[in-house]
Ligand binder design. Structure first.
Ligand code: NAP
Length: 290
């Protein structure tokens, strides 16, 4: 039987509807949430992402305040801007589009974001809250993956999860969310030094690919009936493709996310959700542990 297609479009639409209702409620008490976006340089993919995020903000009624800086901006200029946005009462959430141009220290820039406005959930204080299982803004892509699984009632508890990719943006925070109390998966994180990756992947009830290598995960890597989540976004001559060989894997898996139309849309929707939570003014209301 062909796999269930886990539609990021459908789940993101549900999240956006919830967010729009929350924005309306805040606006009726004279607080229209504001999201500041900071884009440094001319990377075309980053420009596309930021445009999409600003469009999403407009759709749900969030004000967006955009700052474009030249690629040759200094570390100090960027940090000064982020610090001033952190201090600005008209700004509820701050998104610094990553990656920054070579030579800039991303960690230091993200460290200048007020943790209460850190809608990407990447400030070390918020990553610490994730490790400690305290409420806080969760990184958007992992939060989006969790939301897809819950939307389709796909159980995590007790399941064996293999996540390929250990970035601080996707793989590591997702592993923590899945292994946390209440979610209760048993998680293995794989990376470029993992040996016998194919055999390891085949043990997974839930297999997540977050690598950045087009169609790396073949049907032979997937246990029959497994759930496959494709986080990868690769620009190729065929257009956008994921890290999963979708056409073949969907013959083996029980459920799979497409690319495009999968996790990418969820990332954007969770950013809006984190922004409205930040606008409510209490970081402990942001995100959730599962
Ligand atoms: P990243 O920081 O480059 O991390 C990639 C990870 O993949 C690393 O841990 C790396 O291992 C591992 N890896 C590389 N080659 C491998 C191989 N041959 N076998 C096993 N593991 C391998 O990338 P990222 O930021 O996590 O992004 C990963 C992918 O997701 C990219 O395609 C990106 O565009 C996409 N992405 C999508 C969304 C979305 O919204 N859908 C959001 C963020 C990222 P090492 O650590 O050993 O180097």
């Amino acid at each position: 039987m062909a796999a269930l297609v886990l539609s990021g479009r459908e789940v993101a639409a549900a999240v956006m509807e919830e967010v729009a209702a929350e924005v309306d409620a805040l606006a009726s008490s004279d607080h229209v949430p504001g999201l500041a976006t900071v884009l440094v340089g001319e990377d075309p993919a980053s420009h596309t992402y930021v445009r999409a995020k600003r469009r999403d903000a407009a759709k749900v009624g969030i004000r967006s305040i955009h700052h474009q800086l030249d690629a040759d901006s200094s570390q100090e200029q960027i940090e000064d801007l982020v610090r001033s946005l952190s201090a600005d009462p008209g700004v509820d959430g701050i998104l610094v589009q990553l990656p920054l141009p070579r030579g800039l220290d991303e960690g230091r820039v993200v460290g200048c974001i007020d943790p209460g406005k850190d809608v990407d959930g990447l400030h070390t204080q918020n990553l610490g809250r994730l490790v400690a299982e305290l409420p806080g803004p969760r990184p958007c892509t992992p939060a989006g993956v969790m939301r897809i699984l819950s939307h389709y009632d796909l159980p995590i508890s007790g399941r064996r999860v293999v996540i390929i990719g250990r970035s601080f943006l996707v793989g590591k925070p997702l592993a923590l969310l899945m292994a946390t109390k209440g979610a209760d998966a048993t998680v293995t994180i794989a990376h470029s030094r993992t040996v016998e990756l194919e055999a390891l992947a085949r043990e997974a009830d839930i297999l997540v690919a977050a690598v950045g290598r087009p169609k790396m995960v073949k049907a032979t890597w997937v246990k029959p009936g497994a759930v496959v989540i494709d986080v990868g976004i690769n620009r190729t001559d065929e257009g956008l493709v994921g890290d999963v060989d979708y056409a073949e894997v969907k013959k083996v898996a029980s459920a799979v996310t497409p690319v495009p139309g999968g996790v990418g849309l969820m990332t954007r929707a969770m950013l809006m959700s984190n922004t409205v939570a930040a606008a409510r003014g209490n970081i402990s209301g942001m995100g959730g542990v599962s």
